[in-house]
Design a protein around this ligand. Structure first.
Ligand SMILES: NC(=O)c1ccc[n+]([C@@H]2O[C@H](COP(=O)([O-])OP(=O)(O)OC[C@H]3O[C@@H](n4cnc5c(N)ncnc54)[C@H](O)[C@@H]3O)[C@@H](O)[C@H]2O)c1
Length: 286
């Protein structure tokens, strides 16, 4: 028996990285999956986003777990696309109980100022659009999980002016997600719908392994590569790791989705190997 038998989960940004990992982990616990992704690039985001083939691979991996998967292209900036894709999934799979608003971009580097707006549009408005499209299908016992970032919980995350407009937009958006989750949790508590955030530190995905991110960690080099940045990635986490794996975040998502967390709501759950500790109020006031 799985912890999520009979449940249906919608996941945005499901084609690769953490989203794919969440899809497989939730399926392994018995959930059927509505897997959504933009499957196209965004021009101010300098690394490539996922493809349709990536989304198909997620579907294959979910089916390998013995669960059903309805995969659709949907841009979280587009409420109509989200509504239609979620309705299609709910019709085919018979309900909706778990929402994982995970899709994100991090447009670091030498990008136009519009990158601020694009980051906010995907990383904050996209979360709100996802929840709004899913909400009519939810009822008592449902669980909403939004992906924030430890960048929202620390000083000098990506809001350092040296990181450009995209970095500032990313931090603004993730702080917004934190506040949105906090306030929505209170608003939906009387309906017994739970709302929580997961805040990853460096996570071993394409977003981390991008030229813009390498430059953040090795500003001293003109064009740093993976080998140059790998050592510097350790500096983010007090625990001795350069990053966590998508599966580490999925463990938190499965917990928050399941009845193990049936009275857990409004939680800002850090999976950060200690990154945010020096930025907490208690620590800062010492
Ligand atoms: N990787 C990290 O170090 C890290 C750290 C903290 C938080 N996060 C957050 O984790 C989440 C997942 O990112 P990841 O690390 O798996 O990176 P990733 O780039 O591998 O995955 C992001 C996915 O979102 C999709 N996507 C992007 N824009 C979209 C849109 N408009 N509509 C629908 N799908 C869209 C991409 O195609 C991709 O499949 C993001 O919200 C990110 O901000 C990542």
């Amino acid at each position: 028996m799985g912890k999520l038998d009979g449940k249906v989960a919608v996941i945005t940004g499901a084609a690769r990285g953490q989203g794919r990992s969440h899809a497989v982990a939730l399926a392994a616990q018995g959930a059927d999956i509505i897997a959504l992704d933009i499957c196209a690039d965004i021009d101010t985001n300098l690394y490539a986003l996922a493809s349709w083939d990536d989304l198909e691979e997620t579907r294959r991996l979910v089916e390998k777990e013995g669960r059903r998967c309805v995969a659709s292209v949907a841009d979280v900036r587009e409420p109509t696309q989200l509504r239609q894709a979620i309705e299609k999934g709910v019709t085919e799979l018979g309900g909706l109980h778990i929402v994982v608003a995970n899709a994100g971009i991090c447009p670091l580097g030498d990008v136009p100022r519009k990158a601020f707006l694009d980051a906010v549009d995907v990383d904050l408005v996209g979360v709100i659009n996802t929840v709004s499209a899913a909400y009519p299908h939810l009822s008592s016992g449902a669980s909403i999980i939004a992906t924030g970032s430890v960048a929202a919980l620390m000083k000098g995350g990506t809001d350092n002016p040296a990181l450009g407009a995209g970095g500032a937009g990313y931090t603004h958006a993730k702080k917004g997600v934190t506040q949105f989750v906090h306030d929505l949790a209170l608003a939906l508590a009387p309906e017994s719908i739970r709302v929580n955030a997961v805040h990853p530190t460096n996570c071993n995905t394409a977003m981390l392994h991008s030229d813009g991110m390498y430059k953040v960690f090795r500003p001293d080099l003109e064009s740093p590569g993976r080998e140059d940045a790998e050592g510097a990635f350790y500096s983010n986490q007090p625990m001795p790791v350069p990053w966590v794996e998508p599966a580490d975040i999925s463990n938190a998502v499965v917990f928050l989705a399941s009845d193990d967390a049936k009275f857990v709501t409004g939680l800002q759950m850090k999976v950060d190997a200690g990154t945010a500790i020096p930025h907490t109020q208690a620590y800062a006031n010492r």
